[in-house]
Design a binder for this molecule. Structure first.
Ligand code: IPD
Ligand code: CA
Length: 304
């Protein structure tokens, strides 16, 4: 067990906020120029020089500050072919330099830098910054989730506290706004069940009010924390897609699980289902999650 206190938590969070804003400057500068892309697994799975530059900047920054910590990043993992591997109790920075790379390439304004810190294998700190919309979200375990618009110099505690939405979370999907992504994989064993789940939701008049899909897992999770989306689900996410957002949702009073599981959220599992908060403390899984899970088809992914 890695021991830490509130002072450690505050220091790590302040540092991550500062680093995310600097990373945002790199992304904003790149927006002014032409963005050359390379494909990873297929033409829907992109990487740019900016993804790599931001990841390098953040790795160097955190390695200098915390040489005893561990580091995982989307692009480093893509290059080495290894994913997270053994996550142990040591604080591990889990970084998505640009989440929503396709949006970034096209100038669709939903993309962000996401910095998560897992301690004792649990998502503990989350910072998400969208430099286009100039929206910063941050949270640390036990200390709430916050949103700052037009951030310049941000101190921990600044911003609006996020609590989901004041309206009660709907008990049925027929009153819920749902978010999901179908991901970049074209493999039929992955894509077919995803399409079938969407088909069930949109063809059944009582199984969902509508589906939204903005192309970034982390930004979907920030929309949940703001209360703009009631429920979000996806399969195929990696730890860097969800680590920061999981803390932000949990600290805003929402719930985050892996599909069909009652266990605490495991960032290495490749599925996620999350609901917004509404000011009530829940000890059980929200009925909305149970109803959506009844429509789901399990999809097998190797663990990160
Ligand atoms: C992707 C986005 C997308 C989600 C994928 C992620 P990237 O991340 O978050 O919304 O559906 O699972 O891989 O490639 O833009 O960093
Ligand atoms: Ca990502």
């Amino acid at each position: 067990m890695f021991e830490y206190n509130d002072e450690n938590l505050k220091g790590w969070l302040q540092n991550a906020i500062h680093a995310a804003l600097e990373a945002g400057e790199i992304i904003s500068a790149a927006l002014q120029k032409q963005r050359f892309t390379e494909s990873k697994e297929n033409p829907a799975d992109l990487v740019t020089a900016t993804d790599k530059a931001v990841e390098e900047f953040l790795f160097n920054h955190f390695k200098k500050c915390y040489p005893e910590h561990k580091f995982v990043g989307e692009e480093t993992s893509a290059m080495t072919g290894s994913t997270v591997g053994q996550l142990d109790d040591v604080p591990t920075w889990i970084i998505d330099p640009v989440d929503g790379t396709t949006n970034f390439v096209h100038g669709f304004p939903f993309f962000c830098v996401a910095i998560g810190l897992a301690v004792n294998k649990t998502a503990t700190i989350g910072v998400v910054y969208n430099p286009k919309l100039r929206e910063l979200f941050y949270a640390s375990k036990g200390h709430g989730a916050f949103m700052v618009t037009d951030p310049i110099k941000v101190k921990v505690g600044d911003g609006v506290k996020l609590t989901g939405a004041p309206l009660p979370l709907p008990d049925t999907l027929s009153h819920a706004l749902i978010a999901t992504e179908y991901g970049s994989s074209k493999v039929p064993s992955v894509l077919d069940p995803k399409i079938e789940i969407i088909r069930k939701i949109i063809t059944n008049p009582v199984a969902g009010r509508g589906i939204r899909s903005i192309g970034t897992a982390e930004m979907h999770m920030c929309l949940i924390a703001q209360g703009a989306i009631d429920i979000y689900y996806e399969a195929g996410t990696h730890a860097w897609d969800v680590c920061a957002g999981a803390v932000i949702i949990q600290e805003s009073g929402g719930q985050v699980f892996n599909w069909m599981s009652d266990q605490p959220f495991d960032i290495l599992e490749r599925t996620i289902i999350a609901v917004r908060g509404d000011g009530t403390v829940r000890h059980e899984k929200a009925p909305l999650i149970k109803e959506l899970e009844s429509l789901m088809i399990y999809i097998e992914y190797p663990r990160d």
